[in-house]
Design a protein around this ligand. Sequence first.
Ligand code: SAM
Length: 288
Amino acid sequence: MEDLYKYENTKRIVDKYDFVFKKKYGQNFLMDKSILDEIIYSADISKDDVVLEIGPGIGTLTQLLAEKAGHVIAVEIDKELIKILENDTLKEYNNVELINNDILKMDIGELTSRYKHRRMKVVANLPYYITTPIIMKLLESNAPLDSITIMVQKEVADRLISTHLDKDCGAISLAVQYHSEPSIVCEVSREAFIPSPNVDSTVIKLKILKEKRIKVTNEELFFNLIKVAFGQRRKTLVNCINNQTSYFKNKEEILEIFDKLGFTPNVRGEKLSMEDYKNLAEEISKRS
Ligand code: SAM
């Protein structure tokens, strides 16, 4: 195996296939051996594990995953890269399954169902333009995931790791807290990639909780309220709920429930805790 984190090896592959990096797919390849080692170490992979990698690129991380894991499923949107992976960089590995698809169009539950009795881990250097939808998709998939170890833009990592909600938080911060124990693995300078992106990155690990952080009866309603609350940040929560849902006939009904739950009438979504959303969802459930 040729170490692809070495510039001359990646350059040889790029030149051989006349590969042109596609900005629209967030193609920034990781070239730093110490960061790759940190990712592999913190993901804690063994031969018992099945790893899902999103966006293998030319296979720099994939090769290391294949050495450690029992099986690797690698989903790559770019056909040109699939050709390189199949014919060249991954051809020595018989435990890697390559799928040419858009991860956002795939059913993660179905993709992982063949391995439901194995420990399943996600490891990826994510394309930044779709970080949030990918994380939401993974968390909402109900696939038997043990952990998600991912490289994301530094600002996104700060938001995901934060335990107190503030104006920078989004629905995703609550979803991460609800499903997992998040931690920072390491910070990564933009210089560690070719081509170099405009932002620095952070590797984070989301250890999926066996029991969700709080017990919620109607998860769909709970998350719908959170998405509605964070969808129009400049509006008060009453207005968000009134404009975007049909749980209540009018604002007065919403304010009645707010009063009962001890929320101020002009509260914004980011000021409420996960428990507050759970209580609100329960009050709404009681009415229907
Ligand atoms: N894993 C490689 C590395 O660490 O060097 C490449 C990471 S690069 C940041 C992101 C990769 O995700 C690219 O290979 C890109 O083509 C792929 N990608 C982008 N959008 C995708 C999507 N919707 N589904 C699957 N792969 C995608």
